[in-house]
Design a protein around this ligand. Structure first.
Ligand code: GLN
Length: 293
């Protein structure tokens, strides 16, 4: 299989010893240079600095074959994070498997906004809906060891990854619950509710793009123009928010207006939208139970 995907020059590399520098140079002609580095780091279990300072190091055949196999899978579209089994997010590193969405840099904005709204001086309850790998809940919990975080997901496989990540990040103030959005709660109230729900429109060509087609559809796609989950969360959030608590949602590039309207109609005030580092509207939120200013 690998033989079919690589040129004869690259195939030669499979059968002959090569240095780190040579392997990376070859790989850069078929995959992104940074991806090639991640893959080789993972094969050798070393950091980026090691690759740079050991460019002349000759590798064994076993390592070379393993690297070429990962390269072939990357060329077939599999995301690097699934091949290496991890991804950095905020200031932590998380296990990822194809059972969870790969944490995105734009989602760090949701964490930043949540941390900015959590009262600095008192213990409170935070809820993360559709936690997936647990990246959002665990990062918040790690930065605020004095608060309680509850993280919900429908998928037991995702929850297993999230629980593993809590251990990996030495976080003890998160509990994980299997539930369909708010269905796991009766009378609990939260100070801040965050969610990165599925919001891509069914049939969006973007879903066939490199990477996305390997990720769980349940974490990406929502009915009704991508708004089904967002609507359900906004509708039900008031029943689970403390007085003047915040709801914050990540959403698609063209969904800020509709999210703002939904929050407004449901009685939220102090509604805000923030754009991500690419300048795209990405997080919208509001405060419940206050008279609008
Ligand atoms: N931001 C992701 C993407 O478009 C989607 C994440 C989501 O649906 N919550 O690749």
């Amino acid at each position: 299989m690998i033989g079919n995907m690589l040129s004869s020059e690259q195939q030669q590399g499979i059968n002959t010893p090569a240095t780190i520098g040579e392997l990376l140079q070859n790989a850069a002609s078929v995959v992104d240079r940074i991806d090639a580095r991640w893959l080789l780091q993972s094969v050798l279990n070393v950091d980026a600095a090691f690759l740079i300072t050991h460019a002349e190091l000759l590798l064994g055949m076993e390592q070379i074959v393993h690297f070429q196999q990962l390269l072939a899978r990357r060329m077939a579209g599999e995301p690097v994070a699934y091949l290496t089994g991890e991804r950095g997010f905020y200031d932590l590193v998380f296990d990822v498997t194809p059972d969870v969405l790969i944490p995105r840099p734009e989602t760090e904005l949701l964490v930043e906004m949540a941390l900015s709204k959590i009262p600095p001086d008192r213990c409170c309850n935070i809820l993360d809906l559709g936690t997936g790998s647990g990246a959002i809940a665990i990062t918040i919990a790690r930065h605020r060891p004095d608060i309680y975080v509850t993280a919900v997901d429908l998928s037991p496989l995702a929850l297993a990854v999230a629980r593993r990540n809590a251990k990996r990040c030495s976080v003890e103030n998160v509990v994980f619950i299997k539930a369909d959005w708010f269905s796991g709660f009766i009378s609990e109230k939260f100070d801040v509710i965050v969610a990165n729900p599925p919001y891509i429109v069914e049939g969006d060509p973007h879903l066939e793009a490199d990477g996305l087609r390997f990720e769980p559809t349940i974490a990406l796609v929502a009915q009704n123009n991508g708004l089904d989950c967002i609507r359900r969360i906004v509708d039900q959030a008031p029943d689970y928010l403390e007085h003047s608590g915040w709801l914050m949602l990540e959403h698609g590039y063209d969904q800020a207006d509709v999210c703002r309207r939904l929050l407004d109609k449901t009685g939220f005030s102090h509604i805000f939208t923030r754009s991500d580092l690419a300048g795209i509207d990405r997080v919208t939120g509001g405060q419940y139970g206050l008279v609008p200013a």
